[in-house]
Write a protein that binds this ligand. Structure first.
Ligand code: TYD
Length: 216
């Protein structure tokens, strides 16, 4: 698998706190650090918006159609204008809430393993991937206050999601992606500290340090 340097992905079941972590991490970044570009899938683009409708139950689609939409959305997200490749190519650090592994896990459950594998096999991998591991009951509690329930937000499905993530992580590591399992049942601040400890070790931070030392 081809790996995109400086590309980080957050993965986990629904309610595992990936979006919260994106917001907390942003506060770590000062002007002397690499530029952080944070993004998410499904995207805000036309395909992503169609996906959101289906997730909200407003557009009944076959599971296989949804699998194809996720990979089409990803294709644009990676290579389209203002996409992941463009930002990474500019030397920025790109942080993405969900990516290929979400498709392999969620669509793997709804369509069988084969289709999501075929649809996603050509996408490059991230340098670093965090799996936010949390008991589905704790995650469900976090989602209780949300106004709208999405189609995958059911306990039985989320139990399968967690199992599938744990099964697929070693495979992803074998493909050259550095994967870290985070105990996401902890407080958001503690989770953020754990995540930051790994991110600050990335080579991009050392390179930035060298550059700023040279300027002095
Ligand atoms: P999520 O990331 O939880 O966003 P929000 O917090 O805004 O609802 O929701 C996206 C949902 O889409 C989640 O249930 C996982 C699912 N999903 C897939 O099934 N396949 C994919 O490839 C991606 C990116 C997401």
């Amino acid at each position: 698998m081809i790996i995109i340097p400086n590309f980080i992905v957050f993965e986990g079941g629904d309610g595992s706190g990936t979006s919260t972590q994106m917001n907390l991490l942003r506060r770590r970044f000062s002007p002397s650090m690499p530029v952080l570009h944070s993004t998410a899938e499904p995207t805000e683009g036309p395909v992503g918006r169609l996906i959101r409708k289906a997730l909200g139950g407003k557009l009944p689609l076959r599971a296989e159609t949804l699998a194809r939409l996720f990979s089409a959305d990803r294709q644009e997200h990676l290579y389209g204008p203002g996409g992941i490749a463009e930002h990474c190519g500019r030397g920025e650090l790109v942080l993405c809430d969900r990516y290929v592994l979400s498709s392999l896990v969620y669509q793997g459950i709804t369509c069988g393993e084969e289709l999501p594998l075929v649809l996603n096999r050509d996408f490059p991998g991230p340098e670093l991937l965090f799996f936010f591991d949390v008991d589905p009951d704790i995650a469900a509690k976090r989602l209780e206050n949300r106004a709208e329930k999405e189609i995958f937000e059911h306990r039985d499905f989320q139990v399968q999601v967690r199992r599938r993530y744990r099964e697929l992580l070693p495979w992803y590591t074998g493909e050259g992606v550095k994967t870290v399992i985070i105990d996401a049942s902890q407080s958001p601040e503690k989770v953020e500290e754990d995540v930051w400890r790994w991110i600050e070790k990335m080579p991009i931070f050392k390179e930035e340090m060298k550059n700023s030392e040279k300027e002095i």
